[in-house]
Design a protein around this ligand. Structure first.
Ligand SMILES: NC(=O)C1=CN([C@@H]2O[C@H](COP(=O)(O)OP(=O)(O)OC[C@H]3O[C@@H](n4cnc5c(N)ncnc54)[C@H](O)[C@@H]3O)[C@@H](O)[C@H]2O)C=CC1
Ligand SMILES: O=C(CO)COP(=O)(O)O
Length: 342
């Protein structure tokens, strides 16, 4: 049996702790608030984040890092991306030095533009071969209800990714291993930005054609970004790319989709952030993604328009997938019979 800890008792941290417990891992959740820890430990419930879900009786919870992390072989991180560095600083002394650390987080650190696995490696000095990421179409509430789901687990050490995948797989959750940490991690970050765009056009009142066009062109846009930054193209057509893009863009349970819809309905960003009671990572990832895109020469027309809408500088109703062709594109298109945009 693997001893596991999950840092963060929000919707995904609690749900993934249930996944681990149901896979046979001896699991403890590290919560920030005492009443959440008590609810999980005593009543087997997390009413704030997962109302109605009965958690396994074998699942433990505490607010004490030393108790949560003692003997942990697998430590999973599920706090908002902008909080990760300070959370790591707070648990550093309690982390067993030989533990594997796995990020479940789907955001980039503002200011440094780092992925979460890079924050772990840099902040803790952890060996990259002991770090992993898990990402995929994983709407927490559906998994908490034990609806079948799957995710990708990536580590620079492919054999470690295989071992983690086997360890977290249970009767309703399947994990598939790969060694593309960059692509797997960016997949989770980038789909949030396209989900914001789809939410925005839904809020405006546009229908399925607009949403399908944004999802299709969005997949192309985020794939070009991930590949330019070192990800593998196959990852972007797998669970962490296309899979999560579909789930997040389609689901009204998605916080990013919901935040986008509120913006599309005309609510200003500060009001949207106030109304969202949970983390919508996409809002904080737009700026670092666009900065990285500029540095690497990647065109991101949909994400750029999301940024303008967030800043209140673009009417949501004007969000479009149309791209004005550059001169050389017009010439190439004419020779090729047109239509270079798939
Ligand atoms: N909810 C979902 O369906 C999924 C979420 N994710 C990702 O998982 C990450 C966490 O998301 P959720 O659990 O949904 O968010 P959430 O908003 O439900 O919960 C965040 C948790 O982090 C804790 N937290 C916040 N600041 C903290 C701090 N300074 N110190 C300690 N704890 C702190 C909060 O108390 C809360 O328990 C995000 O990156 C999200 O994108 C990934 C897959 C599915
Ligand atoms: O990452 C998720 C699904 O895979 C959850 O999406 P939201 O953060 O938009 O709710």
């Amino acid at each position: 049996m693997t001893r596991a800890a999950v840092i963060g008792a929000g919707s995904w941290g609690t749900t993934f702790a249930k996944v681990l417990a149901d896979a046979g891992c001896e699991t403890t959740v590290l919560a920030r608030r005492r009443e959440i820890a008590t609810g999980i430990q005593v009543r087997h419930a997390n009413d704030d984040y997962l109302p109605g879900t009965v958690l396994p009786a074998s699942l433990h919870a505490t607010t004490d890092p030393a108790r949560a992390l003692a003997g942990a072989e697998l430590v999973c991180l599920s706090v908002p991306s902008q909080r990760l560095r300070s959370v790591l600083a707070g648990v550093r002394d309690a982390l067993p030095r030989d533990a594997v650390i796995m990020s479940l987080i789907k955001g980039l650190e503002r200011g440094t533009q780092l992925r979460m696995s890079e924050v772990v490696i840099g902040e803790l000095g952890w060996a990259p071969e002991r770090v992993a990421v898990l990402s995929g179409p994983n709407i927490a509430r559906e998994i908490a209800a034990e609806q079948p789901a799957a995710a990708a687990v990536a580590s620079a050490d492919g054999a470690l990714a295989e071992r983690i995948a086997a360890c977290v797989t249970n009767r309703y959750f399947s994990a598939f291993a790969n060694d593309d940490v960059i692509g797997t991690e960016y997949g989770g970050v980038l789909k949030n930005l396209i989900a914001l765009a789809v939410g925005i056009v839904s809020g405006v009142g546009y229908g399925e054609n607009t949403k399908a066009a944004i999802i299709t062109r969005g997949l192309d846009e985020i794939s070009r970004f991930a590949v330019a930054l070192g990800g593998h193209p196959d990852t972007m057509t797998g669970l962490a790319g296309l899979g999560d893009l579909i789930a997040t863009c389609e689901s009204t349970l998605s916080r990013n989709h919901t935040a986008g819809r509120l913006l599309g309905e005309g609510h200003p960003l500060d009001e949207v952030v106030r109304r969202m009671q949970q983390t919508a990572e996409g809002i904080g990832s737009v700026r670092p993604v666009l900065d990285l895109a500029r540095e690497h020469g990647v065109d991101m027309p949909i994400v750029s328009q999301v940024s303008l809408v967030l800043e209140g500088r673009m009417n949501p109703a004007d969000l479009t997938v149309h791209i004005a062709p550059r001169n050389e594109d017009v010439l190439t298109d004419a020779r090729a019979g047109g239509g270079r945009q798939r």
